[in-house]
Ligand binder design. Structure first.
Ligand SMILES: *Cc1c(COP(=O)(O)O)cnc(C)c1O
Length: 394
């Protein structure tokens, strides 16, 4: 097992553990626990576990471990801990470090559930949260204090696809010793350079590109071995957000094809953007991988110019026109996942972001005409033809 492998090789072979049968495909160790050879061994195991020594699936399991090690190899972190969903990963990464009286600074363009954890859960427990406009470095600078414990942000925001400068924010946070926690879903693990840019802890919802086929929920937190073992694991293993071995196996199989899928989806997203840019019925077409994006220079540095797999469009004529467009699309499906093999169309105002106030939505640019499109693996020509025809009917 070598860390010099290229990403695609890591995604196929990384972290593999074979049983005594030397199976080719990763085995599903569908077991909650493990048998000890003796009472003495059980006693030893509870004192200190090594890499091949498991106790209970809430703490670790061989199939789950393969998934964790494979993704850590890809991301370039020392270790990882997998969780039952992306939200369990976000919650774990924040809850394991926070205590009453702490201060955390976060970008306000956040997924509703992330905002709930920060404001409602951590807020209720006496953690002070300061929300800033993630694009405005002056606001980060003003908000980060000598006693700030951590900063948290989505590197590319949902659904308006603003890109936050990981390195610039990390430099400000590190100057006061704060931990940098990045939700990197929209950047995708394929294009991520978050580790080299200064992120200390990286969180993914594996439900998105890692599975990529709409089958299961999952999540993962990546970081240094010390952080994962000493800070994160005690919290997660005692609170029970463990990923099931079966779902870890689905995610392992997802990782094998993730690089190919995400690159194809990202290339198709660029083609769709080019085809829709300037359309008279669209007031905005947003894709971080297109030169028209406001942070295109940053996208070059941060994700090698790749804009992920999601685009956002704003239809002229508000919600009614947006609904007419959605209902006229025949290839993509109306749903709310992203990173899937199927193109997925979402109307944020009335679904994923419907719990926000009108003022919050307006501040985040979530207008009634805005539609999020997660580009799938279909032929890009079919997608473009479908979108153009649906725009005629909008
Ligand atoms: C989907 C998502 C999550 C939550 O992941 P689940 O697997 O649905 O729990 C968190 N952050 C971002 C940016 C997401 O897109």
């Amino acid at each position: 097992m070598t860390n010099d492998w290229k990403p695609r090789t890591k995604l196929v072979h990384g972290g593999i553990r074979r049983s005594q049968y030397n199976e080719v495909a990763e085995a599903i160790f569908m077991t909650q626990g493990f048998v000890y050879d003796s009472a003495e061994q059980a006693q030893e195991r509870f004192k200190k576990t090594g890499p091949d020594e498991f106790i209970y699936a809430r703490y670790g399991n061989p199939t789950v471990d393969m998934f964790e090690q494979r993704l850590a190899m890809l991301e370039g972190t020392e270790d990882a801990f997998a969780t039952a969903s992306g939200m369990a990963a976000v919650n774990g990464a924040l809850m394991c470090i926070a205590q009453a009286g702490d201060h955390i600074v976060a970008a306000k363009a956040l997924f509703g559930s992330c905002l709930y954890i920060l404001e409602k859960v951590l807020g209720r427990m006496g953690v002070e949260i300061t929300l800033v406009d993630g694009l405005d470095l002056e606001q980060w600078k003003a908000a980060i204090r000598p006693d700030t414990k951590a900063v948290f942000f989505e590197s590319t925001s949902n659904p308006t696809l603003e890109v936050i400068d990981i390195k610039a924010v990390a430099d400000l946070a590190h100057a006061v010793g704060a931990l940098v926690i990045v939700d990197n879903v929209f950047a995708t693990p394929v294009f991520s350079r978050a580790t080299e840019l200064g992120a200390d802890v990286i969180v993914y919802s594996a439900t998105k590109h890692i599975d990529g086929q709409g089958r299961a929920l999952g999540g993962v937190v990546l970081g240094t071995r010390e952080f994962v073992r000493e800070t994160l694991m005690p919290y997660l293993k005692h609170t029970g957000a463990a990923l099931s071995p079966f779902n870890a196996w689905l995610m392992l199989k997802g990782l094998e094809t993730m690089d190919l899928r995400v690159r194809a989806q990202s290339d198709a997203a660029l083609k769709v953007t080019e085809a829709l840019a300037g359309h008279p019925k669209l007031s905005r077409v947003i894709f971080p991988g297109h030169p028209s994006h406001a942070q295109y220079d940053l996208v070059q540095r941060q994700t090698g110019g790749k804009g992920g797999t999601v685009i956002a469009i704003e239809v002229e004529g508000g919600r009614e026109a947006a609904f007419r467009f959605l209902n006229a699309c025949e290839v993509g499906v109306i749903s709310n996942n992203l990173g899937d093999a199927k193109t997925i169309l979402t109307h944020p105002e009335t679904t994923t972001h419907s719990s926000l106030s009108d003022a919050q939505r307006e501040e985040l640019g979530i207008t009634p005409g805005l539609i999020r499109i997660s580009i799938g693996l279909e032929d890009s020509g079919d997608l473009i033809a479908d979108f153009l025809s649906a725009l005629d009917q909008a």
